[in-house]
Design a protein around this ligand. Structure first.
Ligand SMILES: [Zn+2]
Ligand SMILES: [Zn+2]
Length: 277
């Protein structure tokens, strides 16, 4: 039986691995298909596509968009995106600058707390267009202000902690539309982490294509619940490890093995969408 991991991050957002390293590790596990889903960027996809081709692994272009609906933050995964789609790139660039401004605000708050960090240090360490809180945490650890990533989040960066700054997000319904116009499929990421099942019908009405039923942080009962919800709304079933490399402890790649039959169904759904466009 062949398997896929459809939720992976690299250092093009807050992961620590390069695209090549993710693929090498995926090859060791024996995956038939991998998708790259960095936060608000498709920058790493070209390199990952080349590495996958060399390893004889199918590559699916993707991204994970931060969005909100009815006051809830949710993540929407886009798959089979045209990474040269102009509207997609314009929107991603807008959200990348929102992320950069948020880092500047978080650093300003840290400075008010007498922590002499500079935004430029965080950007240099992040070295990508899509920096986030984990990069601020790494900068705090590197400069000796915190002993660990977890301590940085607990003391400063978690929601409602002194250096936390709310993030401006796109509407989830707009995110679904943005993905569709870029030729992609829109999938709700790790719904078990967000506990926002009541918004699923709204997303389905907006054209949501699938739900990430299998995720490292989903319990067996959570996965079963989302399989039932996917069945009820005739949605695709996806899954992935959400591996961030070594930034959140042990690399997670290999913890979720999505049966490849689900990828075949995604191909069929994609063809249907392209034919309808
Ligand atoms: Zn996520
Ligand atoms: Zn993720």
């Amino acid at each position: 039986m062949s398997f896929a991991d459809l939720h992976l991050h690299t250092h093009f957002s807050d992961g620590t691995f390069s695209p090549e390293e993710v693929v090498a590790r995926g090859q060791r596990v024996g995956f038939a298909a991998l998708a790259l889903t960095d936060h608000d960027t498709v920058e790493g996809c070209s390199r990952m596509a080349i590495a996958c081709a060399e390893a004889n692994i199918e590559f699916i272009t993707g991204a994970e968009l931060t969005a909100e609906h009815a006051g809830n933050e949710i993540h929407i995964l886009g798959y089979f995106l045209d990474q040269h789609n102009q509207r997609l790139l314009t929107e991603l660039a807008r959200f990348q600058s929102v992320r950069q401004n948020r880092i500047r605000e978080m650093v300003a708050r840290l400075n008010e707390l007498a922590i002499p960090l500079q935004a430029e240090e965080v950007f240099a360490l992040a070295n990508c267009q899509s920096p986030g809180r984990p990069h601020v945490a790494r900068a705090l650890v590197q400069a000796g202000h915190c002993a660990s990533h977890d301590e940085a989040f607990e003391r400063f960066l978690k929601k409602n902690r002194p250096a936390w700054v709310p993030k401006a997000k796109m509407s989830a319904l707009d995110a679904v539309e943005l993905i569709h116009q870029a030729g992609g499929l829109a999938v709700m990421a790790h719904p078990g982490l967000n506990r926002t099942d009541e918004i699923i019908p709204d997303l389905v009405a907006a054209g949501l294509d699938g739900i990430e039923c299998f995720h490292t942080k989903h319990s067996t009962s959570a996965s079963e619940r989302y399989l039932m919800i996917a069945d009820k709304h005739k949605l695709l079933v996806t899954g992935g490890s959400d591996c961030h490399g070594k930034s959140k402890g042990k690399p997670l790649i290999g913890t979720i093995k999505l049966p490849y039959t689900h990828v075949e169904k995604m191909h069929a759904a994609r063809q249907k969408r392209l034919a309808a466009n």
